[in-house]
Design a protein. Sequence first.
Lengths: 494, 463, 129
Amino acid sequence: MKHMPRKATRHISQNEGLIFEKSSPGKAAWKLPPLDVPDVDTNKLLGPSERKDLGNMPEVSEIEIIRHFTRLSTWNYAIDLGMYPLGSCTMKYNPRVNEVVSRLEGLANGHPYQAERISQGALRIIKTLSECLLEITGMDDITLQPAAGAHGEFTGLLMVRAYHESKGAARKKVLIPDSAHGTNPATAAMVGYSVENLKSNSNGMVDVASLVAQMNEDVAALMLTNPNTLGVFEQEIHKIADLMHAKGGLLYMDGANMNALVGKVRPGDFGVDVMHLNLHKTFSTPHGGGGPGSGPVAIKKSLEPFLPKPVVVTKPDGTLGFEYDRPQSVGRVRSFYGNFGMFIRALAYILANGPDGLRQTTEDAVLNANYIRKGLEGVFDLPYSTPSMHEVVFSDKIQAKKGVRTMDLAKRLIDYGFHPYTTAFPLIVPGALMIEPTESESKEEMDLFIEAMKAIAEEVEEDPQIALQAPHNTRVSRLDETTAARKPVLRWKP
Amino acid sequence: MRYLPKSPADRQAMLKAIGSRSIDDLFSPVPAEYRLTRDLKVPRQMAEFEIVEWFRERSRENGDGYQSFLGAGAYSHYRPVIIDSLISRGEFLTAYTPYQAEVSQGTLQAIFEFQTMICELTGMEVANASMYDGSTAATEAVMMAVRLTGRRNVLAARSVHPEYREVLETYALHQSLPLTTVGFNADGRVNLKELENAITSETACILIQSPNFFGTIEDVAAIAEVAHKHGAMLAVSISEAISLGIVEPPRQADIVAMEAQSFGVPLGFGGPYCGVIATREKYVRQMPGRLAGQTTDKNGKRGFVLTLATREQHIRREKATSNICTNQALVALMANIFMTIYGKVGLRELAKQNLAKAAYASGQFEKHSKLLFCGAPRFNEFVIQTSEDPYAINGRILGNRMIGGLPLKKFYPELGNASLWCCTELTTRTAIDTAVGFVAESERSQRAMKESDSSSDMQEVTR
Amino acid sequence: MAYPSDYKYTKEHEWIKADGGNATIGITDYAQQSLGDIVFVDLPKVGAEITVGKTLGSVESVKAVSDLYAPASGTVTEVNGALANAPEQINKDAHGSWMLKIKLKDPGELNALLSAADYEKFVAEESGH
């Protein structure tokens, strides 16, 4: 290998088995106090419902647990270690003050059913966050109930459906661009809509002529991401919104790419009727290895009666409370009020930024993506010449001539100390490399990234095998996903 | 802004490299009519200690340090400190979804261990790596049964958490799935006769909860028999996970939909929580959510990968088993560590303490008020019926910095002045005795008022 | 690649071999190559009715799912159970691995399908050679 990685790498030689392989009877990591009430005869109380045996549950000590999980953690890449160039994921810094405030006892130990009198703190957090998100999106009302983006899409489409039903006909179809994230069509199907694909034009934007042809009174909504999954702003958004509204349809916006808009543009201003946000993307709540997220849905006034219940209201005496009497509500999409812990974190992020910080954040996000685009132009194929906002999409066309594809390039990037970018998405770009640095990356980190990508491209020209066999510096390499799918082993057995 | 790692010089250098004069050039693709020319009207930028103080105020407004008797799907258990020590590590907290296996082995192995332990506890063969919460897990379990049986009717027990049923209704509405509710007996359990009458050859599944919303343990075997006799599936929801330490799991179920919040996830005013689906191996391809599978790498080393991805949205799109993408990975890790800490012996001891506390409390309450749903075993929750409206009693209890049981009228109006009480290992005897005292006092005054009413009536008559 | 001349082919890359009133169905070598390692095959049950041109099941690789389209209408008489445990058979020998057997509703439907030579031409155009 000609080029040496210059970034810190992970602890890769440590071997760590499964926790069950360390277990043995008599080890314990717990201690309970003696009962202050009379002990019970379990057999008498439970009869045949009594469980006698907990099978192969582990028995280990506290230090073994600490070491086990600490060692496991050293095998993970994380934002705290370096950049994730993943497109549309917005892997930005997860501020630690967010973690501290979410653990304040009155908030962390609050029961969702406790009296409103002692829930004013939580209610105020919900209200304040809602107001901030409405100001940021330019919408009229909002629900914080959905647990994630996909859940928000579901909730949003439920409201779309309820809206149309209230006007006499639910309508049958939802239009979705071929560049859309997979959750979009999956969600439309769950709400009983059939999906019709909408072509993109040669600039990677919605083909307005196709929209004109396909939009009619059978279409309930168009689900759009803006900027789209190519990182391109839909410049004809005005026309698109008008076309939808002229035939009584609604414009749904997937807010996954809000990181290009906060403080600079507001979806409510350009004709969006309903949209979801991803607090775990734009608003810095931690990804935690795959969740929890939070997917608030913001709407225009016309959809207000259909909001999930309960909604937060200000009572005549000035205190806050929950309102359940909402006859046209779509109902509940989950128990309780939403991922409240994420509300705290998102609000802390907004308070830490203020209007200046939010705007500067968005500007840096767009600046960073364009800097990387400039740095890699000519090295990788750029399928669309349209300007990029906060993310850029290249393709593996040049390297494919040597038999090296986007996944191979991504695996080689790991050897250079980075997490791969998004491979093979959006589907309209064959062999895509989707890169979103976010505002959290310094010029130094991005220069390292550009250098690494250039070095990999050079390697491909000299010796494609390096990329094809990558990664070389990790503890495990090229795990057999085929066998894992053919003969799934989904649990440990003694 | 302190989260942004760029100096003005950096920005200048970058703009120069791009060939733009200013940042505004980069926003020119946005039509001018939409570009904001004013500041957002959000609170001004705060210093870190201002942020902490703002939330501390909110915490104080939120009943900090109250002793609670609330359960009803969200449980107050002790969270061992090493849970936060471990999940706060940046490599867990700030890691992405483990799609790139080589750099995510920590997350993937932890998920694999989680899946294993859930199987052990629930008696099922395969478990997924978490859903949003118990309510959506129960709903997805029903959807799974619909797909597997090809049938469209659903029966749900009324003793399933009311909010879980509301969520199921919302999802079922748009999939044209007729939903029928089956009632409960005086002992709190599902009415088997009503169930037999309601089930047809079009029933895809029966959904029950055990321990149910009232804390009562269902006769899972009997219900399973009814379901299977008619070719329907049985989905069992579990909202108090600690019960699995001492209550036999629903081994006859086809699908178990759990809420794992009791396993070390903070109450947090309702979320984030941790739903899980566990089922039999033969149904795995219809299971929603992520699955971590064991495999080997090119050198024969053991490793883990996300597998059976073709069920999921990013490949199947509109044919996916669900639209779930982001799940609850970090909370699942909390549950994982909790289960590891207590383990085989500790979980049983912990559950036993819960059982003992609730048994003591229900016995004491019974001396003064009516204890409902006797005649069937229960875990750590019970229902009492008072003469006075429980809201009024709870109002007084609140003055003692205690939160009384959940009044049930809004969910089960026919139960009148009933309230649902929960005791866990954290509930002290003193707190129980105090709460019982309030109820006793309430009953006494109610009786006294009645007597003085009737004695003044008597005086009227004898005059 | 030699495509068996006694098979007929669809543009969706299924093959069908008629034998009097019955037929055997599978997918072509081109299809298995495009899919990569096959991990699972989803087929209808014996007795199910399939309709020409409509989906009858699917084939999964690790990262992709491909629908299977019926080359002709009929009733399913047999399903290849061995594929449940060894779907990789299709990768090894696509033309020799049958997926299902049907009783044809209308043997005339096969006349509309491609011959081996036509299919070979079609594949060459598709892959841009």
